[in-house]
Ligand binder design. Structure first.
Ligand SMILES: Nc1nc2c(ncn2[C@@H]2O[C@H](COP(=O)(O)OP(=O)(O)O)[C@@H](O)[C@H]2O)c(=O)[nH]1
Ligand SMILES: [Mg+2]
Ligand SMILES: [Zn+2]
Length: 349
């Protein structure tokens, strides 16, 4: 055992009970979390800056965890600076609704959000200009790039330098291609569906950091490749920049306005994605209702017998009451449902 001062490093990956730590001085250690840290409830996440005592060759023990700048639960990552949401302009054709789902999910992390549109080689200048103008109205200034012909890559390198950036986006858009362009020595598979490779319970919780030669890390997690919402009916509106802008100009009449048909609502109006907002809101309300019903099943269902003789259950409470319950739902409850959902999606992929 070497008795040296603790050294500082970054947690790159977690494997079973071991933490892969890259020391600032260059070495990679496999570390354990001592019982002392477990006892005080100190968890260790990928991205954490930690002090390590090296014990023997390439092994170490975590001495302490430095305070986090940011923290995400799903996927679990500490100190991420930003998200780069990647979509393709073609192959697959950019779909504004799907893009908006991912944007909402990314916005709900409250991390800085960068939008990168790949495969610019497959569309005309005019088409690109159209997207640029549309997205400007949504409140975004995307990076147009192409891994294929190296277009726009320098701008992305600059934006990622010395930061921890989470790569997010659906499969097939070029995330792996971009990663291997930025980190040529990395051996990653292009054109593979990520979910297929890492099937299993913890897929959405798995995170790994890859170090870029010019400084900074790329965080890759399948947990960000699914567009499930991480928000509730009351805060959904905050994840649309153009609506945030409207809300900064005034107030709706009702505090709990959902910006549907309520009178004197300042959000409702002529903005392109308002209809997407309504659509997503409906989905979230339906989810919340489902959770409320599941939670109340034992106490509030009555057994009904159909004409056919088939027995079914029906909620005792009326829908209005459920709606009031659902608006007060905690984030916790929502997450439980989304957990189930993600698992089902993983099985599917
Ligand atoms: N035309 C074109 N194809 C690309 C570009 N970038 C990636 N691809 C192709 O898109 C497919 C999916 O890429 P991949 O990196 O695996 O996407 P991922 O699923 O997001 O990781 C592969 O066949 C890539 O060769 C690009 O800039 N232009
Ligand atoms: Mg990939
Ligand atoms: Zn309103």
């Amino acid at each position: 055992m070497t008795e040296t001062d603790p050294k500082i490093g970054t947690v790159m990956a977690v494997q079973a009970n071991f933490y892969q730590v890259r020391l600032d001085e260059g070495q990679t250690l496999l570390c354990t979390r001592p019982t002392r840290l477990k006892k005080i409830g100190q968890n260790v996440l990928v991205g954490d800056r930690i002090y390590v005592k090296s014990t023997e060759f390439e092994r170490g023990a975590i001495a302490s965890v430095t305070p986090r700048k940011t923290e995400l639960q799903r996927p679990p990552i500490a100190n991420a600076d930003q998200i780069l949401l990647v979509f393709a302009l073609e192959e697959p054709t950019l779909d504004p609704v799907q893009l908006s789902r991912f944007l909402v999910k990314a916005e709900s992390t409250n991390l800085k959000l960068l939008l990168g549109l790949n495969k610019a080689d497959l569309i005309t200048q005019e088409k690109q200009k159209e997207w640029e103008e549309k997205l400007k109205l949504w409140g975004y200034e995307p990076y147009f790039f192409s891994v294929e012909n190296n277009q726009g890559i320098e701008e992305i390198k600059t934006a990622l330098k010395n930061k921890i950036t989470i790569f997010a986006g659906p499969s097939g858009v070029g995330k792996s291609s971009l990663t291997s362009l930025l980190i040529p020595q990395l051996d990653i598979r292009i054109g593979e569906v990520s979910g297929k490779l890492q099937k299993g319970r913890h897929t959405t919780r798995h995170v790994e950091l890859f170090e870029m030669p010019q400084g900074g890390y790329i965080a890759d997690s399948p947990g960000f490749n699914q567009p499930d919402f991480d928000c509730n009916s009351q805060n959904l509106i905050n994840y649309f920049p153009e609506a945030r802008h409207r809300l900064s100009q005034g107030q709706c009449k009702f505090n709990d306005c959902l910006h549907q048909e309520e009178p004197e609502c300042i959000v409702k109006g002529e903005w392109e994605r308002y209809e997407y907002y309504l659509r997503f809101l409906d989905e979230i309300l339906a989810q919340e209702e489902k959770i409320a019903q599941t939670r109340d099943t034992e106490s509030s269902v009555k057994k009904m017998v159909k004409d056919s003789g088939k027995v079914y259950t029906e909620p005792k409470l009326n829908t209005k009451k459920y709606r009031r319950v659902s608006r007060r739902l905690s984030h916790q409850k929502l997450e439980e449902l989304y957990d189930h959902q993600s698992l089902e999606e993983e099985d599917y992929f």
